[in-house]
Design a protein around this ligand. Structure first.
Ligand code: MG
Length: 259
């Protein structure tokens, strides 16, 4: 009897230790386009992802577009160094570099970098297409398929301004965590359509602060963008938001230490 109790205890210790090794940080801090500002790094670069990881952020956000030849690449704007991403091939984008000398990262390269660690989650924003609704859906679908192919599901949560793209991503993988960014849907509508959370502009949440509790009561997460001043950070912490997306992760960490 005692021997089996000791054995059970041993198993519990072992599983707790392995869990600790794979647990993602739980500190609400989401670095917006990576942690770039304080170090002067290019937004959405591999270097900015590494810096968010180094800081210990819970998540590092980045933006995904699809080239004319259907390669998913990571960049904030629809154009990369003067080239429209949706109208350029991947080979054409490779002719230009980011200011730090990196080439434009592909989604696969970005995921591979993030999967070298298990502290910081990867918050994948797939961008709506300026060309067509079909392409918006395709970006959502291909993003989810790429994450599955890379076996990166554990690392990735999704966000999007495209309601169609979001629904397509959820249909492609019903276990995908997809939060919606535009701010025009109620928590109950999002819940009904299988979304994971609301991720709304701080101004929207201040106007509709009842949506915070409403969303959490429905089991949705609450995130806000892009929160760069201390007053807004304090307010969201007091409201018990699940995540805070910021260009100033260092500032948010400092502020949370004082709380
Ligand atoms: Mg974004």
């Amino acid at each position: 009897m005692i021997r089996s109790l000791v054995f059970c205890l041993f198993l519990m210790v072992i599983s707790a230790a392995s869990f600790a090794q794979t647990a993602f940080h739980k500190n609400k801090v989401i670095a917006h386009r990576g942690a770039w500002k304080a170090q002067g790094l290019p937004q959405n670069s591999i270097a900015s992802l590494r810096e968010a990881i180094r800081l210990g952020c819970e998540g590092s956000e980045f933006d995904v577009w699809m080239t004319a030849d259907e390669v998913l690449v990571v960049n904030h704007d629809g154009d990369f160094e003067g080239m429209e991403i949706e109208e350029s091939t991947y080979a054409q984008l490779l002719t230009k570099k980011l200011p730090n000398g990196e080439k434009i990262p592909t989604l696969k390269e970005y995921l591979a970098e993030g999967m070298k660690q298990t502290g910081t989650k990867l918050i994948l924003e797939f961008k709506p297409s300026a060309i067509s609704k079909e392409r918006s859906e395709r970006v959502g679908e291909l993003s989810v398929k790429t994450v599955k192919e890379m076996k990166a599901e554990k690392w990735v949560d999704y966000i999007t301004f495209s309601y169609e793209g979001g629904k397509k991503a959820i249909a492609t993988d019903p276990t995908a965590n997809v939060a919606y960014l535009t701010g025009d849907k109620s928590p109950s509508q999002l819940k009904e359509d299988g979304f994971f959370g609301i991720d709304y502009n701080i101004r929207v949440l201040k106007l509709k602060s009842d949506w915070i509790k409403e969303a959490q009561d429905l089991g949705l997460t609450v995130n806000a963008w892009t929160v760069n001043n201390p007053e807004d950070m304090e307010w969201l912490l007091d409201q018990k938001a699940d995540f805070i997306t910021t260009d100033e992760p260092e500032l948010l960490f400092e502020l949370m230490k004082k709380k």
